[in-house]
Design a protein around this ligand. Structure first.
Ligand SMILES: [Zn+2]
Length: 235
């Protein structure tokens, strides 16, 4: 089928307006999912450009686990575009948010010298009950986008949850750590053995979830583990 002439595309977008997943402004011609303004205004961390000793995200894992690269594309800010994007990704079925941000971030990482830094990208898994309810894991699309840009493999089922975790929201910091300890296990041991694995999630708050995943991967024989999230909250 031939592509629609621009006049028809414009006509269709009058009837079915395409809006930005970050700010809900109408998307212009050539804009896909996230508008140019949002792309320019998003609060990028640029942690991947910092020496490890100066990376505030890396510092959170010091003395706990050897994490090779600690990466996060955006700073998590409430009531802004980042929260809106993550809400669309997690609760409105907009997996394009993860794919687009993953592809953009992957390009940036490539340019910063991460071209062959990882052998495998692994999303933090949802509990099967939650997965069944939501229909998708919001971290999968981010893993897919990153893998596309970095030219690297990703494996949605490399990790699995061992038990159901209660909502984290009413727990204090220590209880959250205890809650996620031993919650993850490696489902595909031969797939991670000797690999440099990048574990990805949508948001990093305490870091406990990613730390538990990294611990499971290292215990299963991964060569080294790095972490990357779409956004991270300041402590
Ligand atoms: Zn926008």
């Amino acid at each position: 089928m031939l592509p629609l002439p621009a006049v028809l595309t414009d006509f269709f977008s009058l009837i079915f307006p395409r809006v930005c997943l970050g700010c809900e402004a109408s998307l212009g011609r050539g804009e896909e999912h996230i508008c140019t303004d949002c792309r320019a205004q998003l609060p990028y961390t640029d942690y991947h450009k910092l020496p490890i000793a100066e990376n505030p995200l890396a510092q959170r894992f010091w003395g706990k686990l050897p994490v090779r690269h600690s990466l996060s594309y955006l700073r998590f800010l409430r009531h802004g575009r980042v929260q809106h994007l993550l809400h669309q990704l997690k609760y409105q079925g907009q997996q394009d948010v993860g794919r687009v941000l993953g592809r953009w971030y992957g390009h940036e990482l490539l340019e910063a010298g991460f071209a062959s830094a990882f052998d495998l990208i692994v999303p933090v898994p949802l509990h099967p009950r939650k997965l069944a309810k939501r229909g998708y894991n919001q971290s999968d699309s981010f893993a897919e986008g990153l893998a596309t840009s970095l030219g690297c493999a990703w494996h949605a089922a490399a990790l699995r949850r061992t038990s159901y975790t209660d909502s984290q929201t009413r727990k204090n910091r220590l209880q959250r750590w205890q809650n996620v300890a031993a919650v993850f296990e490696v489902a595909d041991t031969s797939g991670v053995l000797g690999k440099r694995v990048l574990v990805v999630d949508d948001v990093l708050t305490t870091g406990a979830t990613l730390e538990a995943c990294a611990a499971a991967l290292l215990a299963a024989g991964a060569f080294e583990v790095s972490i990357a999230t779409i956004a991270s909250a300041d402590r």
